[in-house]
Design a protein around this ligand. Structure first.
Ligand code: GLN
Length: 477
């Protein structure tokens, strides 16, 4: 099998005699070759090969599902029945899922193969994958650099051709930011587009499952399968799912809004800023319209995001106590110390920091000053963003202020790390869909993405425009 084959190319090769088993063998070879990157916490080698044989048989019989031949890497926060799911945390070590997340269920139903479980930041909290309890994951393009986070392992799995697509979750940028730093495509759908059933919650009103891919078509077909109403998630939307794959041919022109404050931000790398300006100019020349507007709320995005998500996390993570499953401390002497030691030994430092911050912002006396105020800010940001999207199809932004940073470079200063999310959290604060398209190549040799945020349920148009951008402005791999 060829490297970086798109799924449609794999399907074509399958018609010409390639087997699904050979597809799996191809990815397993790459997984082995890049094992030192630590993108996978577990590889389901035997199971994947066995399932491939069964699917090969189904293909012969003409009964195979539409994802036959697609090999997927899962993020360690999405439950997969009969497999470990640990959120890259010691507190869930040994936990085995007793049911499938809806996204997994739907992919398997259509004959996809799950090849393994990917490394990530503990409970999806982080921007570099350095918060994993099971070791850092390295960027395959430069092993001294982080892959981004929290879905670092999923991004690297796609980057190094270890799977066709991978699943990630995105609460504040965890798909788009690593996609940008690894040079792959990433999509975070509209809040409610994909069921969160079976996704281990970080901040429930922000979390969404999404996809990483090398080819936009592959993200489109996977999104088609995992999207849609699910009775198991009351926040999932009944809005009809578009046929993303059939709508990939972009036609017409778009109206784009860019933010003056984003393009002139002191944290933004000057080359990324220059690329943005050149791209905007070229798009205007090609007949699209770009308007630069002022978005004075930009510097409030990260504080709003971190106040609200830590509040939600402090509540969501209170269920992990090591009593019925997960980590049990050997040092406990009575009931209270069992709770205390299970949690203080089971959670890592960043997770503890967020639980404490979240508990503080929700506490009596501080609730109004922090939590309630951040909620008001969320509403303002949402209103202003939606207003802009009344007259514009997309907002165009950098995905990340810089290319992949060095391992250890930001671990001393949490705020510095949080600022890596400067451009990505807006889509989660507003619940809007967003993509990172791998368009940039820095003079330091590293890739970076350009981000688009669209209106609610505009995934079809976002995917089509992403493909258009890749075709006209991409530097093909
Ligand atoms: N980097 C952000 C955080 O640490 C986003 C994480 C995510 O999207 N899961 O919260």
């Amino acid at each position: 099998m060829k490297n970086y084959s798109s799924f449609s190319d794999i399907q074509l090769q399958l018609q010409e005699g390639l087997t699904v088993k050979e597809v799996v063998v191809h990815y397993l070879k790459n997984i082995r070759q890049y094992a030192h990157l630590n993108a996978f916490l577990e590889v389901f080698e035997e199971e994947a090969l066995h399932r491939a044989e069964q699917i090969d048989l189904k293909i012969k019989q003409g009964t195979a599902g539409k994802l036959a031949g697609m090999v997927i890497a899962n993020k360690d926060v999405i439950n997969h029945k009969g497999h470990h799911t640990t959120s890259s945390s010691k507190i869930l070590s040994g936990y085995e899922s007793i049911y499938n997340a809806t996204a997994i269920e739907r992919l398997l139903r259509d004959d996809a193969i799950i090849i393994g479980r990917c490394n990530c930041d503990e409970f999806a909290m982080g921007s570099s994958n350095e918060n994993s309890a099971f070791g850092i994951c390295k960027n395959g393009l430069d092993e001294t650099k982080v892959p981004g986070g929290s879905s670092g392992g999923s991004a690297v799995a796609v980057q190094m051709d270890m799977c066709t697509i991978s699943l990630g979750s995105d609460t504040g940028g965890s798909i788009r930011q690593p996609a940008s730093l690894c040079g792959v495509f990433g999509i975070k759908p509209t809040y409610g587009r994909v069921s969160r059933y079976g996704l281990i919650a970080y901040a429930s009103s922000f979390d969404q499952i999404g996809v990483f891919s090398n080819h936009i078509e592959d993200a489109a077909i996977a999104m088609e399968v995992i999207s849609g109403k699910d009775v198991m998630d009351a926040t999932s939307s009944a809005h009809p799912v578009d046929a993303y794959t059939n709508q990939l041919a972009f036609s017409g022109t778009v109206r784009l809004a860019s933010f003056a404050e984003a393009l002139h931000h002191p944290k933004l790398d000057t080359e990324i800023s220059a690329t943005m300006n050149t791209l905007i100019k070229s798009l205007n020349e090609a007949g699209h319209t770009t308007t630069q507007v002022s978005f004075t709320e930009l510097d409030y995005l990260v504080p709003t995001y971190y106040l609200l998500t830590t509040a939600e996390a402090s509540s969501n993570l209170s269920r992990f106590d090591g009593i019925r499953y997960g980590y049990r401390s050997q040092n406990a002497t009575d009931l209270e110390s069992t709770y205390r030691k299970n949690r203080s030994e089971g959670f890592g430092p960043e997770v503890k920091r967020r639980i404490m911050l979240g508990t503080f912002v929700l506490s009596a006396g501080y609730y109004d000053a922090y939590y309630a105020k951040a909620q008001k800010m969320r509403r303002l940001i949402r209103d202003k963003t939606l207003e802009l999207l009344k007259t514009n199809d997309f907002i165009i932004l950098p995905t990340t202020p810089s290319t992949a940073f060095g391992i250890g470079e930001k671990t001393k200063d949490p705020v510095e790390m949080y600022l890596a999310d400067l451009y990505t959290v807006q889509a989660n604060i507003t619940g809007l869909p967003a993509v990172s398209v791998p368009l940039g190549k820095h003079s330091n040799g590293l890739p970076y993405g350009i981000q688009l945020i669209g209106n609610k349920f505009s995934e079809a148009r976002l995917l089509a425009f992403s493909k258009y951008l890749m075709t006209h402005y991409g530097n093909s791999k």
